[in-house]
Design a binder for this molecule. Structure first.
Ligand code: SF4
Length: 278
């Protein structure tokens, strides 16, 4: 049976959502363990909303459940880009909303600039990596260093150009010394990536490396287990392959990455060339 919320609770939730919206956060999840039914007699302050659910080991097929019913979001502010039909304009709105972001500690740990994302706003295929490195921080564009050159080769091997796809990272500022991003940094930054994905609406997402895969899927598993499967990421098909930086360190794994890309091409109905990325 459809649930209806008490108007007072609804107003309180809407205010809480607006508060998060002002921080640039638009995606909400219900914590595991929260009762499925919100008692109508509950006082509003008892309601717990979290901008992200905790990353815990989970089954491979992940479908994020919205925290609140759709009609509640109509009460709260919609995402500012949601009324814009041109995805390029919508992405500009997301970028403006991000601003000169200081939402996590990485803004004061030596970043030169925010690396938002690059590519076709209507891309059918989206690659998502981990974080900008030194070259990306310098140029303001993801995957422009040696790893970027390899990613370009991988894209070309698929019969595409870099301009055909969209490329982004889980976090948008370079971590000092290229360290792995902390979980809270990923959680703070990734809502903007979610908005980029929602605007672009790719047919397929390829997560490059374990950090991207684990953050998007909330699965704590080794790459050997993450690869070779299709996942449902909020209605979009998602596959996992090695990060190009890893492939530079261990070129023997390029063959395996090529298998992953062939799986993607097959799913997207693309002709599969015989030559792999070098
Ligand atoms: S990593 Fe993301 S959340 Fe953190 S300061 Fe940069 S843009 Fe903001």
């Amino acid at each position: 049976m459809p649930r209806t919320l008490d108007p007072q609770i609804k107003r309180t939730l809407a205010e809480r959502i607006r508060f998060y919206n002002e921080l640039g956060i638009y995606d909400f999840y219900r914590r595991e363990g929260l009762p499925a039914e919100i008692p109508l007699e509950s006082a509003p302050p008892q309601i717990q909303l979290e901008p992200r659910e905790p990353m815990t080991p989970r089954a491979k097929a992940v479908v994020a459940a919205p925290a609140v019913e759709g009609d509640l979001f109509e009460v709260a502010n919609p995402k500012p880009e949601s009324k814009v039909t041109d995805p390029a304009k919508a992405l500009r709105i997301v970028r403006e909303d991000l601003g000169d972001c200081t939402r996590c500690r990485l803004h004061k740990q030596g970043r030169k600039q925010i690396v938002f994302g690059v590519g076709n706003p209507r891309a059918q295929l989206m690659f998502i990596g981990e974080a900008p490195g030194a070259d990306e921080d310098e140029q303001g564009e993801p995957f422009v260093g040696r790893a970027g050159q390899l990613l370009n080769n991988m894209i070309r091997a698929m019969g595409l150009q870099r301009e055909d796809v969209y490329i982004a990272n889980i976090i948008k500022c370079r971590p000092p010394g290229n360290r792995t991003p902390e979980r809270d940094e990923c959680e703070t930054c990734s809502p903007f990536l979610m908005r980029q994905i929602a605007v672009i609406k790719p047919e397929v997402i390829v997560a490059l490396g374990a950090v991207a895969a684990k953050t998007l899927l909330a699965i704590n598993a080794p790459m050997a287990e993450l690869r070779g499967h299709w996942y449902d990421f909020r209605g979009t098909k998602l596959a996992v392959t090695y990060h190009p930086a890893f492939l530079l360190r261990d070129p023997r794994q390029k063959k395996e990455a090529w298998k992953d890309l062939q799986m993607v091409m097959k799913e997207m109905g693309m002709p599969i060339p015989t030559k792999s990325a070098e």
